[in-house]
Structures are given as structure tokens and as C-alpha cells.
Design a protein around this ligand. Structure first.
Ligand code: NAD
Ligand code: WQD
Length: 337
């Protein structure tokens, strides 16, 4: 198949492009490089064994989208593009609403005009909010987000449901990612956000490389076994493989399907830090800090629906996630700031 991947030079998009190319799909990437570098295209091609078409541009540019659909006629779209930094979204909500909402609506309009029916969306566990209890399963009501970023995910899910209701031939898949971490095992591809990271794994890697003086452990009195936050960390390659299964499932189908992509296991910050220290041999300087506003104590997935309906299950361990992050952060200093 031919797949349009928005945000395909980004962290999760680039790993997914590798798996798409490995399966023999033709890949067209649209990315404006706001949070990624064109240099990742080389490892994507090398690891995937094929060359994606790269279009540098903005998903809010409707004439550009129309020209991509006219020229390439993709069978499906995997929509990663967007802004994802929670604190930034609190400071610049309009930027987030404009990019994430207007960007998605423009993309859907172009798809509808071109008659492209299959759509996979990068949603997030953040849509479960703070009132549901773990493990989160897909039938739970979505909650209220504590930040504009999370609100865009809840709103886009609703937009996609409304779109599918009006377009009975459309096939939409909402993939709710838990906490994606890790890197390609080759060490050639990983997470390289522009600017200072705010997610735990790139922060750990930056402390280990001496780029940051210490890791702040944000929250020590949560109601968890060791007092630190518990999350469902999922290796980015497992996540990418989940997209392959989702694509298989939705192409030729109709309606909206929703799947959690996580491991189903909760890991505390201290457990993650210990695993990283063990695989890297580096002791991380740590400071204990109050919890961040809006943080939940525990978040992990019920993964049974994805196992049952997609035949997908995450295979990689927390040690794999730490080892691959560490390899990448030392091998590809050029891609990381
Ligand atoms: P990323 O920032 O690495 O990738 C997003 C890509 O979108 C970047 O390459 C960026 O340059 C591009 N982009 C941004 N605005 C654009 C625009 N207007 N037009 C074209 N391209 C644009 O992020 P990621 O971690 O790979 O996340 C991918 C998707 O998954 C995002 O939608 C994110 O919200 C979602 N998600 C991520 C996580 C996570 O923790 N990484 C968790 C849940 C959901
Ligand atoms: C993980 C754990 C922190 C930073 C966020 C978004 C979510 C999704 C994934 C995109 C928590 C602790 C963190 C630090 C720490 N993103 N921590 N020190 O908050 O679970 O989820 O990213 O969709 O929407 O909210 O991920 O990596 O920021 O935090 O101790 O400096 O690490 O308390 O327990 P989070 P995270």
C-alpha cells in the first residue's frame, strides 16, 4: 500500500516509517520539521530498506495537501503530526489548538476531497483523565484533560467520530499510546526533540550524558509502592509494530475503532531509573522535587483488546527500552541537541 505519514520525521513517526518500509509499503512523509530533523530520513531509509518520499511542509497548507493526494493517491494516512509538549501547551494554547485541531481538520478535508478512507490517529492515554481507575480500557468514558495538549487529543477523537458518522465509508483507528520510550536497537534512530525535553526518558539520557546536572524526581508521595509516579512505558518499536497491525485491521473496514497501545505493566520512576543505571553502568545524580501540577499517580493500560482484535502485544522489556535509549543517545549526538 501507499501510506501518507504526517509527522514522519518525528520520534514515533520515523520508527513507524521503518516498519512500513520493511513490510514493502510505499511511504510519503509530510513534516514541517518543527520538532524533527530531515537527517533522520537517511537512517529511516537504511533501516527500512526503501526510500520514503519526503515533503517538507505544513499540514495546515490545504493546497499542499491537495497536491500530495493528487500526486501520490495514498491508500491510508497515519497522522502523527502535531505538537505534544504539555507545559508548552499551557503557555501557548492557541498554537496547540491551531496546529493540532486545525491541522487535523485540514487533513481530513483534503482526504475527503481525494476519497482517501483509511486513517490512523496518534491519540494518548491522557484522554482517560484523572477520574478513571487503572487499568484503563477503551470502553471507559474519556475524561477532562488538565492541559490544552490533552484537550486537543480528546477533541480530535470527537472530531474523528463525527467525521466517521458523516462518512460511512471512512475507516478510522484511534491508537491511545501510553508512555513511548526507547529507540531503534541499531542506535541509529531515536527521540531527538528540539529544545529541552520534558519527558522522563530523554531527561534520564541527558543526565547520563552529563548534559543536565541531575534528574528531578517529580513526586515522592504518590499512593504507589515507592511513592513515585507509575507509568506504562512502551518501547517505540513495539508501538510502531502496533501501527502495522492497526493498518491491516482497518483497511477494508469501516467505522471507528479504538486501541490502547501499552504493555499493561506499571513501572515507577525509581524502578525505571534503577533499570537505566543497571544497563548503562552510570549512576544518575537525583534530586527529589514536588509533583508536577496535574500529574496522576498511576497510569497503565488494559491491553487485552489490542491482543484480541489486532493480535498485537508489546514484546520489549524495560531493560530493552533503557539499553536502546542509552545506545542511541551516545551514537547519534548529531541528531540530539
Ligand atoms: P514528535 O514531535 O517527535 O513528532 C511530531 C512531528 O510532527 C514532528 O516531526 C514535527 O516536526 C511534526 N509537525 C508538527 N507540526 C506540524 C505541522 N503543522 N505540519 C507538519 N508537521 C508537523 O512527536 P512524537 O513523540 O513522535 O509524537 C507523534 C504523535 O504521537 C503526536 O501526535 C503526539 O501527540 C502523539 N503522542 C505522543 C506521545 C509521546 O509521549 N511521545 C504519547 C502519546 C501520543
Ligand atoms: C513520566 C513519569 C513523572 C519528568 C506525558 C504526557 C502524556 C503523553 C506522554 C503525549 C511521571 C516523572 C517526569 C521529570 C520525573 N504525551 N518525571 N521527572 O507525564 O506520564 O505523560 O507524556 O501524549 O500526554 O502528559 O510522561 O515522561 O513526563 O513523566 O520524575 O523530570 O516521570 O512524575 O511519573 P507523563 P513523563
Amino acid at each position: 500500500m501507499k501510506i501518507l505519514v504526517t509527522g514522519g520525521t518525528g520520534y514515533i513517526g520515523s520508527h513507524t516509517c521503518v516498519e512500513l518500509l520493511k513490510e514493502g509499503h510505499a511511504v510519503v512523509i509530510l513534516d514541517n520539521l518543527r520538532n524533527s530533523k530531515a537527517a533522520v530520513l537517511e537512517p529511516v531509509a537504511a533501516l527500512g530498506g526503501g526510500t520514503p518520499v519526503f515533503v517538507e511542509g505544513d499540514m495546515r497548507d490545504r493546497p499542499l495537501l491537495d497536491s500530495i493526494f493528487a500526486r501520490h493517491a495514498p491508500d491510508a494516512v497515519i497522522h502523527f503530526a502535531g505538537l505534544k509538549c504539555v507545559p508548552e501547551s499551557i503557555l501557548n494554547p492557541l498554537d496547540y489548538y491551531n496546529t493540532n485541531l486545525y491541522g487535523t481538520v485540514t487533513l481530513l478535508e483534503a482526504m475527503q476531497a481525494a476519497g482517501c478512507k483509511n486513517f490512523v490517529f496518534s491519540s494518548s492515554a491522557t484522554v482517560y483523565g484523572s477520574k478513571n481507575s487503572v487499568p484503563f480500557h477503551e470502553e471507559m468514558p474519556t475524561g477532562t484533560a488538565t492541559n490544552p495538549y490533552g484537550t486537543t487529543k480528546i477533541m480530535i477523537e470527537q472530531i474523528l467520530r463525527d467525521y466517521a458518522a458523516a462518512q460511512p465509508a471512512a475507516s478510522i483507528c484511534l491508537l491511545r499510546y501510553f508512555n513511548p520510550v526507547g529507540a531503534h536497537p541499531s542506535g541509529k534512530l531515536g527521540e531527538s526533540p528540539n529544545g529541552v525535553p520534558n519527558n522522563i526518558m530523554p531527561l534520564i539520557a541527558d543526565v547520563a550524558r552529563g548534559r543536565l546536572p541531575a534528574l528531578q524526581i517529580t513526586g515522592t508521595d504518590f499512593e504507589t509502592p515507592d511513592g513515585t509516579g507509575v507509568r506504562d512505558y512502551i518501547h517505540v518499536v513495539d508501538l510502531a509494530l502496533g501501527h502495522m497491525k492497526a493498518l491491516e485491521k482497518i483497511c477494508g473496514s469501516t467505522g471507528v475503532s479504538v486501541y490502547n497501545l501499552g504493555t499493561g505493566k506499571g513501572v515507577s520512576v525509581l524502578e525505571l531509573v534503577r533499570a537505566f543505571e543497571q544497563v548503562s553502568g552510570v549512576t544518575l545524580p537525583k534530586v527529589f522535587a514536588p509533583c508536577r501540577p496535574g500529574d496522576v499517580a498511576v497510569c497503565y493500560a488494559d491491553t487485552s483488546k489490542a491482543a484480541r482484535e489486532l493480535g498485537w502485544k508489546a514484546q520489549r522489556s524495560v531493560d530493552d527500552m533503557c539499553r536502546d535509549t542509552w545506545n542511541y543517545s551516545r551514537l547519534r549526538e548529531d541528531l540530539i541537541n
